[in-house]
Write a protein that binds this ligand. Structure first.
Ligand code: ZN
Length: 394
């Protein structure tokens, strides 16, 4: 059977696997069940997956949020006959929360299919991509590649990147890496840096009957938020790297969590803000952090992402191979993406010096209610990944 036919032969199995993975809610701390599904699929392909806990002291790791026991990465190797270039397929198993679930039109963990789309948290970001890369590996099994194909599904892409960082410290270095994030069949050529900050605004609690004599921490947080937004506007007015030069607003400062108070008749003593900030590819993260701390003028704790950005040259040979595979499937030129978020590609590019890019299916409503993935695009992505790996590792 040729490679394209082998991909098509596995499609119904891929669909069933995607459904199963979406129905395993792998939010932070709850990744194990989904990882065991991946491991079982790798075994059925004939590989020997390893499940191992993440060491957060790897180079390029971010300050951790929670302990790592029982939340494994999964890695496996499709051995080549020797001599060819090697490739890593990387995907993240973790998904962001689906709350508030009542805002969804579909069960966020139901994997419902309608109009060629599957709905669910993580359906697009990025369980569909994981299913695509596993489908590609299954189709590649009997091709007789010379180079190795390594497969890894990692935890914490959405908060620290420590799953991918731990893989770099433990797994063999390969000649390139592909990550099937749901980027609509475009090849990612750059991504911004990302930092997570936790701000604590202090007040002076009291019974609400004397609120006029107390300090309400929630109200005190409002000018802090205004200072964050003012800094965001300032940094977006400054000169940028060529990858983001024409982007209207690449550096988003997002107040993602606000927690303050516990009782309507109590003046809040404390208000906590969790903020995601971004930096251009060549920014010095320590400088970005110092500038932020000076602007907000309240205590800041840096936990979660400490992620450098990067840009890759389009002349990198992984793009040639990927572009040919894209053309073979789509009969169109591959498009380019400068991503205003972060991905685990930085673990390869920044911390290992390995060319890595993201290329994956079409999806929408990422990190929002009614996340969906276009199923035909998952099938097409599987073809592209299989063809790219077959050429790269030939
Ligand atoms: Zn993702």
């Amino acid at each position: 059977m040729d490679l394209r036919s082998a991909v098509d032969a596995g499609w119904s199995r891929q669909l069933a696997l995607l459904r199963e993975l979406v129905r395993a809610p792998s939010t932070l701390g709850n990744e194990l069940a989904a990882q065991e599904i991946v491991a079982e699929e790798l075994r059925s392909i004939g590989l020997e997956p390893l499940l191992w806990d993440v060491d957060p002291s790897a180079p390029g790791a971010s300050p951790p949020l929670i302990p790592y026991a029982g939340r494994p990465n999964v890695t496996a190797r499709l051995a080549g006959s020797g001599g060819g270039r090697s490739l890593t397929f990387n995907g993240h198993i973790d998904v962001v929360p689906a709350t508030p679930e009542h805002r969804w039109s579909y069960d966020p963990w139901g994997a419902e299919v309608e109009g060629g789309r599957m709905f669910g948290r993580g359906a697009a970001d990025m369980k569909a991509g994981i299913v695509a890369m596993l489908g590609a590996v299954r189709a590649l099994r009997d091709v007789g590649l010379r180079g190795d194909v390594l497969v890894e599904t990692v935890i914490e892409e959405e908060c620290t990147g420590n799953g991918a960082a731990a893989c770099r410290a433990r797994c063999p270095r390969t000649d390139a890496a592909l990550i099937p994030e749901p980027f609509n069949h475009a090849a990612m050529e750059a991504q911004v840096g990302v930092l997570w900050a936790r701000l604590t605004v202090h007040g002076k609690a009291a019974h609400a009957e004397r609120a006029d004599q107390a300090v309400n921490a929630v109200m005190a947080a409002l000018p802090v938020i205004e200072r964050i937004k003012a800094l965001e506007a300032e940094v977006n007015r400054e000169p940028r790297s060529r990858w983001f030069a024409s982007h209207s607003h690449p550096l988003n400062y997002n107040v993602g969590v606000i927690q303050g108070g516990d009782w309507a008749s109590s003046v809040p003593e404390e208000c906590v803000l969790e903020v995601r900030i971004a930096a251009d590819v060549d920014a010095d993260l320590d400088e970005v952090m110092a500038r932020f701390e000076a602007a907000v003028r309240v205590p800041v704790e840096w936990r979660g992402f400490r992620a450098h950005g990067f840009g890759l040259e389009r002349s990198s040979s992984i793009f040639d191979v990927l572009g040919r595979a894209h053309w073979a499937v789509h009969e169109s030129e591959m498009e380019w993406l400068a991503f205003t978020g972060t991905t685990d590609a930085r673990a390869f590019v920044v911390h290992e010096g390995v060319p890595a890019t993201c290329y994956g299916p079409i999806g929408g409503n990422l990190h929002a209610p009614d996340e969906w993935v276009d199923l035909e695009s998952v099938r097409e992505t599987t073809h592209v990944l299989a063809l790219a790996a077959a050429e790269w590792c030939a």
